[in-house]
Design a protein around this ligand. Structure first.
Ligand SMILES: NC(=O)c1ccc[n+]([C@@H]2O[C@H](COP(=O)([O-])OP(=O)(O)OC[C@H]3O[C@@H](n4cnc5c(N)ncnc54)[C@H](OP(=O)(O)O)[C@@H]3O)[C@@H](O)[C@H]2O)c1
Length: 253
């Protein structure tokens, strides 16, 4: 059986990606820190098709632990999907949460990728999908660390995808727009109000998985999201930043 890893695979986009992998006969190692979500997997997935690993991927020791646990499993696909957001002015938000976000999105996505990519290069085979966001394409007042860390994931993934172009390895980054998962309600106690461009995780996961299989470096699901990203390139950055601030304020106030 082929093997894969999905971080944050017990909910939302990660769960849908796990289902797609299982459909393609992969065994999925689902790495998540949410015990409730992990317990619910039994209802959704065949118990032979996955193995759960309950671990906090924002802890700096986690990538090495996961690698040591799974290095002999001949991992063919790694999906770095675990992520969360936080709402508020940078000088007012909780530092511990911000630090965890940087560790999860930046440090540990990079470390886990390095550990498994080295082995993929040795055997000249493998695929890595990193989950970023449309947030990656501009600064994000009121969600500053989230937007900045997603920009890191985008740029980092594009760069390493270029480095392995001559190998039998696909590296791809998925940049969803707003998607109907638990993510939005975990961002803030203030509910998000702007939902007109909200997609479903099934569609988003399918788009990203196809992008990975066809070695498409950047996958942006949805015409509106593609348009927004395109528009960003035409408008002055200060203006784009102002628009994001306006939208964030309208969305959560
Ligand atoms: N939904 C959106 O609108 C949207 C838009 C663009 C990009 N994204 C990105 O898509 C990815 C998946 O998010 P989603 O929308 O599917 O959210 P989700 O439904 O909340 O699923 C994320 C899963 O990852 C887990 N997780 C969070 N932090 C973790 C950690 N430190 N270690 C291990 N597992 C952790 C979550 O557990 P907890 O419930 O405990 O946090 C949850 O089970 C994220 O990277 C997110 O930034 C989402």
């Amino acid at each position: 059986m082929k093997t894969s890893i999905v971080t944050g695979g017990a909910s939302g986009i990660g769960l849908e990606l796990s289902k797609l992998l299982i459909k393609d006969n992969y065994k999925v190692y689902i790495v998540d820190n949410n015990s409730k979500n992990l317990n619910r997997l039994k209802k959704n997935l065949d118990s032979n098709s996955y193995k759960e690993i309950n671990i906090d991927m924002s802890s700096v020791s986690s990538p090495k632990k996961i690698y040591n646990m799974l290095k002999d499993k001949n991992i063919e696909i790694l999906i770095n999907n675990a992520g969360f957001g936080d709402f508020g002015k940078f000088y007012q938000t909780d530092w511990e949460k911000g630090e965890k976000m940087i560790n999860l999105h930046v440090l540990n996505t990079t470390h886990l990728t390095k550990l498994f990519l080295k082995d993929m290069v040795k055997k000249n085979s493998g695929k890595i999908l990193n989950i970023s966001s449309v947030a990656a394409f501009q600064p994000g007042p009121l969600m500053s660390i989230y937007y900045a860390t997603k920009a890191y994931i985008l740029h980092f993934t594009e760069a390493i995808a270029n480095e392995v172009k001559d190998k039998n390895i696909s590296i791809s980054v998925l940049c969803p727009g707003q998607t109907k998962t638990d993510f939005q309600k975990n961002v803030s106690s203030k509910k998000n109000k702007i939902k007109f461009n909200s997609s479903c995780p099934v569609k988003v996961a399918k788009y990203g998985y196809e992008g990975l299989k066809t070695n498409n470096t950047i996958s942006i699901p949805g015409y509106f999201n593609k348009f927004i990203v395109f528009l960003n390139r035409l408008l002055p950055r200060y203006f784009v930043t102002k628009i994001v601030r306006y939208i964030q304020e309208k969305n959560r106030n």
